[in-house]
Design a protein around this ligand. Structure first.
Ligand code: PHE
Length: 493
């Protein structure tokens, strides 16, 4: 590049002017490179004057190049016709035979003799001159002066030639002409100011079209992007967020308050992570705890209970919460303590932990999205209605429900949605109406019904961002560039 710049300047010092295209041809340079060198020269001041020139030039098309080399289609047809004629069908195998045949007919080179059976194609004149080929060959060598405009028009119509516009510059010496480029300053500094050298130095011009350096910033992980979108949906629907900032919970709020019996397999160390230090919690609302104990062991509120010996030691055990429904239980208890019940709509999206065998779709920790509505006389119809609305905002319109079992809801339903991409129904959530055995000990009025549902955040995220293996999304194998590259999440698009 530096050489090319100096070569161009040297050439200009020895010649009045030069056209960039001619220069490129003369020195067998790429014209784009010559233009690049010119731009650099221009960036250093008025060394040269560059007058833009645009010329139209005719050029052979691919077909035109073929004709220039192998002859026109009509001439090739003519040459293939033997002395005593040939059946037309036998000629048609040649390349471009159709065009060639009709051209050769119209210029009067061949004739179809219909007096014989089958009719034969014969030469009409003993000799031809392939003007088309000759002309195209001239154009190929850059000498089109002998070709009339009418002929050019014809070749253009036949798509043998095309016009191209070639842009170049005529260069002459400018007022600041020099044989070399002085180095341009890029930054004004204090030295230049104090010495006054800035007055004579040349500064590089700012390029306001240049792309800026991308600012360094953090990136949201896809899970967080989807979480933000879910949160938005809940907020739009008038839900308030529950405080889920404690991963550690005790068994009382995670299980007992939810009418989950103490022998339930989910409370086993195989399913739940128990905390060793501090091993237990000791502060509980005492009267509520007594009511929970009673409903488990003896029943009440029209329920027989489970009829087992409920132990405080089991309820005290600290664990990593296995579901955010533990937080919902705490919140509902709080709501029940108010003097007057007011309907509430609550949601949470946060991490839960289960002692699972890890595989492509299961990790020991994941996020739950949970919605809870407490109001007077809600029905299963309300639950289905809310889902329809909620999932519609996610772009999911086909829903189906299947009866299910949860210790704390009755009835319970698994929620299935049709996944058009996978072409099948997949389970996305679990839901139900909280049991009186859970709500009444809390102190909620009997006419109050609480509907709730939960789903994982990971499943929709995997579907949305096309992950097949959860370990590519969460954990030590996560590619940080994936996090940077992931687009923002628009669920209903
Ligand atoms: N807690 C349930 C789960 O972990 C989800 C759920 C929430 C079910 C609320 C019913 C009501 O799967």
């Amino acid at each position: 590049m530096a050489n090319l710049i100096e070569d161009i300047l040297k050439y200009l010092s020895e010649n009045q002017s030069v056209n960039t295209l001619k220069y490129a041809q003369l020195y067998n340079e790429d014209h784009q490179k010559v233009i690049g060198a010119l731009k650099s020269i221009q960036a250093h001041g008025d060394l040269v004057v560059a007058e833009p020139i645009s010329e139209t030039k005719i050029e052979l098309t691919e077909e035109g190049k073929l004709v220039a080399e192998k002859g026109s289609h009509e001439a090739n047809i003519y040459k293939s016709v033997p002395e005593d004629g040939i059946e037309q069908s036998k000629l048609m195998g040649l390349p471009n035979a159709k065009v060639g045949f009709s051209k050769a007919m119209s210029v009067g080179w061949i004739i179809v003799d219909k007096s014989v059976k089958p009719p034969l194609v014969k030469r009409k004149i003993p000799e031809i001159v392939d003007t088309v080929q000759n002309h195209l060959d001239l154009i190929r060598t850059g000498d089109a002066s002998k070709i009339t405009d009418k002929e050019k028009q014809e070749y253009k119509k036949r798509k043998l030639i095309q016009e191209v516009i070639i842009k170049s510059f005529n260069l002459t010496k400018g007022p600041e002409f020099s044989l070399t480029l002085t180095k341009l300053e890029t930054d004004l500094n204090t030295d230049m100011l104090s010495s006054g050298s800035w007055k004579t130095l040349k500064f590089k011009e700012y390029n306001f079209d240049a792309m800026g350096v991308a600012p360094e910033c953090g990136y949201l992980h896809p899970l967080l992007k989807v979480r933000a979108e879910f949160r938005q949906i809940f907020l739009e629907m008038g839900f308030a967020e529950m405080p889920t900032n404690n991963y550690i919970e005790n068994s009382f709020w995670n299980f007992d308050s939810l009418f989950q019996p103490q022998q339930h397999p989910a409370r086993d160390a195989h399913d739940t992570f128990f905390i060793s230090d501090p091993k237990i919690s000791t502060k509980f609302p005492q009267d509520y705890l007594e009511r929970v104990k009673k409903v488990h062991s003896k029943g009440g509120y029209g329920s027989l209970g489970y009829g087992y010996d409920w132990k405080i030691e089991e309820a005290q055990k600290n664990i990593l919460r296995t579901h955010t429904t533990a937080v919902s239980a705490r919140m509902l208890y709080k709501v029940a303590q108010q003097k007057e019940f007011k309907p509430v709509k609550l949601f949470s999206i946060d991490k839960v932990f289960r002692n699972e065998t890890l595989d492509a779709t299961h990790l020991a920790e994941f996020h739950q999205v949970e919605g809870v509505i407490a109001d007077f006389n809600l029905t299963l119809g309300d639950l289905i209605g809310v889902f329809t609305e909620f999932f519609k905002k996610l772009g999911i319109t086909q829903l189906e429900f299947k009866p299910a079992y949860n210790p704390y809801t009755e009835p319970s339903m698994e929620i299935f949605c049709f996944h058009p991409g996978l072409g099948k129904w997949i389970e996305i959530g679990n839901s139900g109406i909280f049991r009186p055995e859970m709500l009444l000990p809390m102190g909620l009025p009997e006419e109050v019904t609480v509907i709730a549902w939960g789903l994982s955040l990971e499943r929709p995220t995997m579907i949305k961002y096309g992950f097949n293996n959860i370990r590519d999304l969460v954990g030590p194998r996560v590619d940080l560039e994936m996090v940077q590259r992931s687009p923002i999440c628009r669920l209903n698009k």
